[in-house]
Design a protein around this ligand. Sequence first.
Ligand code: UDP
Length: 490
Amino acid sequence: MGSSATPAGPLHMLFFPLMSPGHMIPMVDMARLFATRGVRSTVVTTPVNAANLRRTVDSSAARGLLLSLHVIPFPDPAATGLAPGQENLSAVPTAHFNTFVMALFHFQAPLAAVLRDLRPDALVSDSLFTWTADLALELGIPRLIFHGAGAFPLFVLTNLVNYLPLDPSTDSFIMNGLPHPIRLYRNGLPELVDNFFMLKLLGEAEAKSYGVVVNTFYDMEPSYVDYYKNKNKNHHGIKAWCVGPVSLCCRAAEEKAERGEPPADRNRVLRWLDSKTAGSVVYVCFGSLCHFSGPQLKEIALGLEASGKAFVWVVRQEAAGDAAAETEWMPEGFEKRVEGRGLVVRGWAPQVEVLGHAAVGWFVTHCGWNSLQESACAGVPMITWPLFHEQFINEALVVDVMGVGVRMWEGFRRNRLEEEKVLVRAEEVAAVVGRVVGGGGEDVEAVARKAREYGEAAGKAVEDGGATYEDVTALIQELEGKRKEGRKEE
Ligand code: UDP
């Protein structure tokens, strides 16, 4: 680093996650992972988010890990246009996501002050904080990018330019030249693909960075990890390390339960699952940012009821818990009719614990990268229902590449906000859930078997000698080497 303030003692890594559950949860897991390997890990975030993380950090610290929080203020609402307290993407209406992304540029001065003060040996920065690239360069701190997504979607996205048909009326196209030809839908590409300004900033920041840390494990997407690592090395001269699945660093039940928001009814959910036979329950959850319309929620409810299968369904949005709002989507008498067979969780589920429960046989998922990793770790096959971001690409990985999932529908359908008119009907939900949960034909058995194999591979990856363990070791050694170089230059 070339600074007289270079700290002695353990390597110090600073983690600066995007304020969204799908980024904060894995980044805090990652900070904890490096702390378990003797690194001093500091997570930088804002007051409201820090309050949510406090339990995790305190209990890790009590177990002797060098994990701490550093709180910086959220920019003034007058400057950002966000309401006071809206410090997390999950608290912001979907239509205002861009306002939130623009607010991220206001963190430059506070983060610069933290970096100057703490002089860490590395900064793990969320990719959307593109400006941290110049800041880290200026201060001589290696910047590691965290995208949140895996090697397959990142590789597909970086190659898109070679395959995207010029004719705008082409709805879908095949990406050949990969080990698995992938069909992609133009309207299913991440919203970011149309944001040339942001893409330019992301590309420039990547070229100035030291490397990328990816929440994945080699055996989950081996060809794509190789492609992605090589592509980065050849194009930008930067390395990538696979450090996942980071959720596996949570071993104790309390560590799993501490991830994200305080879970609603944790004991009730786990006790209820205890009463069910192995593999008989479908867990239905669409991540932290999904807001379904009332009619869509109603179709899901009716579909789960008609499937005849046992289910845990997480309804996260404001519509849950408010009796008046619930009448708009909850079919009359629904919970009474499915009592004992189905459980509605209003709010936050302890997802890793639920997926790890023997009673859970399948997972209806929106294909968020973390959900996908957590399902793979638990060896649970998936029924895919992508919504937005890179989820349609992740769906191709789950179904076409890994073979650990089945689609809720064939072809393309998108049902976010204005596009919500294309409802997924109750009959469709009932047919797929009814067919696969608790058994099915040989094809369904093969999918479930594959999922179990990935579960075993995930466990091995993080053990001493596993691919992830070795990548983490390599990264730590490299950063230690850089620190020594810096000292010599002083
Ligand atoms: N999650 C959870 N309980 C919930 C909803 C979500 O624990 O009720 C966690 C889930 O385990 C995952 C994260 O929130 O770690 C969601 O990330 P993902 O990438 O799957 O989706 P996103 O929320 O970013 O769309």
